[in-house]
Design a binder for this molecule. Sequence first.
Ligand SMILES: C[S@@+](CC[C@H](N)C(=O)[O-])C[C@H]1O[C@@H](n2cnc3c(N)ncnc32)[C@H](O)[C@@H]1O
Ligand SMILES: [Zn+2]
Length: 476
Amino acid sequence: MEKNENRYLETTRPAMYRALKYWGKKPHNIWNEIICEYSKPMDIIFDPFAGSGLTFFESIKAGRFPIVSDINPLTNFLVDVYSSSIDYRELNNYFDKITKSVCSIKTYKDTYLCKCKKCGNETDIYNYLFEKDVCTKISYKCKHCGATISEPINHIPECEELKFWLPNYDISNFQTICKSTLERFGGADIKNIWPKNALQILSAIFHYISITPEPYRKVLTFAFLQTVHLTTKMCAARSEKTNRPLSTSWGRPAYMYLKNRLEQNPLIQFKRAFSGPNGIVNAFNSRDTYLKPYKYSSEVLFSNSISGISLYGDAKSLQLPEKSVDLIITDPPYGNIIQYGELCVIWNVWLTKMYPQYRIDLTDEIIVKDENSENKYVLDMVSVFNVCKTILKDKGKCILTFNSNRIKDWELILTSIKNSGFNIVDYFSQNNLRSSEANVAAKTGQAISDYYIILSKSGRDKSDNLKQIVFSKLGV
Ligand SMILES: C[S@@+](CC[C@H](N)C(=O)[O-])C[C@H]1O[C@@H](n2cnc3c(N)ncnc32)[C@H](O)[C@@H]1O
Ligand SMILES: [Zn+2]
């Protein structure tokens, strides 16, 4: 009998996967086990929708050769960053240089320094607390005596305008932001997502990174990108009961304006993104140990500086040699819960300025936005499946994950598969420990499982069985 549930057990994510914020990250170890089970060492593994880069890194770990692509430049950038060889001392030196330069800006001192209530020394303000849009408190962890202090304040000093580059991008048509939210932000430009003071300091950090030599510029840009969403007007203050005045998060699948929020000091966030638990220093250390060649990896693969290929662009128009790929594993876009392209603008406005080879492309993104785009979704997915069929070897498998509690989403993906001529030869469901797209939308505590669907150019088609199981689970 086939085992159609929980073939694998998810484990804890290493730091290298925690550094990049991305929605719907798949379990790294399960990805690895599937790659090992369905391919041989040195095989070529392809992922057209690579997201946070799982297929790239897990293929390398398994001694396979990855080819990945994504229309989101963050994927290509991340692979590029993690492929860099860096000298940690140099990295620290550049980091110190940037933080010192920002600290010495008068406007930083005026806005983000205060006297510690306990020891009287000057220290950095971590955040301003806003309650119902009124600034009521500052919090800091004193760098001299270590005390964590929150104290009342009745105004926030206004940062002088610096002369550095500021991002701009029209967000008036975004699905992930409603009209009234836009007004509260203060206009339909992405720059209004950041409080004025924070934006000035971000622009200064960004400037000093931009004059740092490579590869440190890109590594520090990566840390910078982990700073930008945590310094917006979207950072919720935790309730006083939790006693965590210095911490916040943003992971919602929509832009939102919060009246009760923390306006965080970008320099402190940048320091955390550098050396905090989920910071890039830990991420690089984790990469160094985690990606150490597996026992199967041949010397050829790793003595070569190219251990994989990351393409940046639209999967529909990818051109790779026919029948060259041994296995495809991917997590395709589906449904309308996560609008990756829109949500990632918050990072990509900065990234595309630092690295102009990238652009923000919301036109070619495959995504269901509304009922009108459902047909287009099917056509687009069929195009990608056709690319997959062409480049896959005849006996190769194409494995995809899928999960949705909406019948419509299932119909769209099953139709796309059918229209492409692929057969569903196997499938299983797999419980998730953590966030996937559906989990983001689900009520907390609700267990959501992913389906792993195995496609092949030939073999008995079991799409009707899968359909029956899924539809009966969804009560149809
Ligand atoms: C469900 S996510 C993949 C997330 C991934 N499993 C992870 O672990 O991070 C789908 C991805 O498809 C990408 N995408 C959407 N349209 C695309 C297109 N036309 N070409 C290439 N990638 C596209 C999105 O940018 C997004 O990263
Ligand atoms: Zn102190």
